[in-house]
Write a protein that binds this ligand. Structure first.
Ligand code: HPA
Length: 280
């Protein structure tokens, strides 16, 4: 059997042995949503370290565990801590958790992240719904023998971020009076921040924000047929768009400042999306 698939099935077996829970929505918590688990009526927790062969996130502010529970009546699984390519893992390990969440039962993948912003009118603290992405500066997680059990060799990517989910999130933002911008997110490998010339290039390519995650996860999830949506918290202006240098401290500072409203937008969006799924 394909080694990547074997690892995934092994992880799934480990999950089944320890957890009896079937989530409908998988949520990846980026910096700024660390406290989101408080929104959840927690039923079970599974540290990544208790899953055979699983990568363990080492990034600051990333706990490294799955949290299972309900937001009202919507069954969810949260990833408290994602795996980043810059930590040194194979790209197939980086997307293993998203693939596993699909096998757990999640139909929807809700991605969140902290990002550097350069869209018109963006300031630190802006929330940006991801409408599309640019993947070509990060390795593609589907390179290698295709796993036919998961999806096709050449998956379509014309609609990665589900249009209906985008509309639901837009409506929630209006109702909640949350200023929500929209834009294209570009993933680079990190861990170094970008140069002004790189940001200039990304902006001229049509991006409004960039970061070190999310896109590869969306590719793997789209390959498996999940419905995907995503929101970036613009924690800082990207290189060349402010006099400040990019630092992890500013990322965390802004993420903390915006956390409450970010949590509210995500919680209300999940409830609205969950209602649709549970009704169908
Ligand atoms: N660049 C890349 N990743 C980031 C940034 C940034 O400016 N801010 C938060 N994550």
């Amino acid at each position: 059997m394909n080694q990547v698939y074997e690892k995934l099935m092994n992880a799934y077996r480990c999950f089944k042995e320890q957890i009896d829970f079937s989530p409908k929505i998988g949520l990846v918590l980026g910096s700024g949503l660390g406290s989101f688990a408080q929104e959840v009526d927690v039923k079970a927790v599974l540290p990544y370290s208790q899953i055979d062969g699983f990568p363990v996130s080492t990034a600051p502010g990333h706990a490294g565990r799955f949290v299972f529970g309900f937001i009202k009546d919507v069954p969810v699984v949260l990833m408290q801590g994602r795996i980043h390519y810059y930590e040194g893992y194979d790209i197939t390990d980086v997307v293993l958790p998203e693939r596993l969440m699909k096998l757990m039962g999640a139909e929807v993948l809700f991605l969140t992240n902290a990002a550097g912003g350069f869209g018109d009118g963006f300031t630190p603290g802006t929330l940006m719904m991801i409408t599309d992405h640019i993947s070509c500066f990060a390795p593609n997680p589907l390179v290698g023998q295709n796993i036919e059990e998961l999806g096709p060799r050449f998956p379509d990517m014309s609609d990665v971020y589900d249009k209906e989910l985008q509309q639901v999130i837009r409506q929630v933002a209006v109702r909640e009076r949350i200023d929500l911008r929209e834009g294209v997110y570009a993933q680079l490998t990190g861990p170094s921040f970008e140069t002004p010339a790189e940001i200039h290039m990304l902006k001229s390519l049509g991006a409004s924000a960039c970061g070190m995650s999310t896109v590869v996860e969306a590719i793997a999830a789209n390959h498996m047929g999940m419905k995907i949506c995503g929101i970036s918290c613009i924690t800082n202006m990207a290189a060349g768009f402010s006099d400040r240098k990019q630092t992890q401290e500013e990322v965390m500072e802004t993420a903390d400042r915006v956390e409450k409203v970010f949590c509210r937008l995500v919680r209300e969006s999940i409830l609205a999306i969950g209602r649709q799924i549970l009704a169908s």
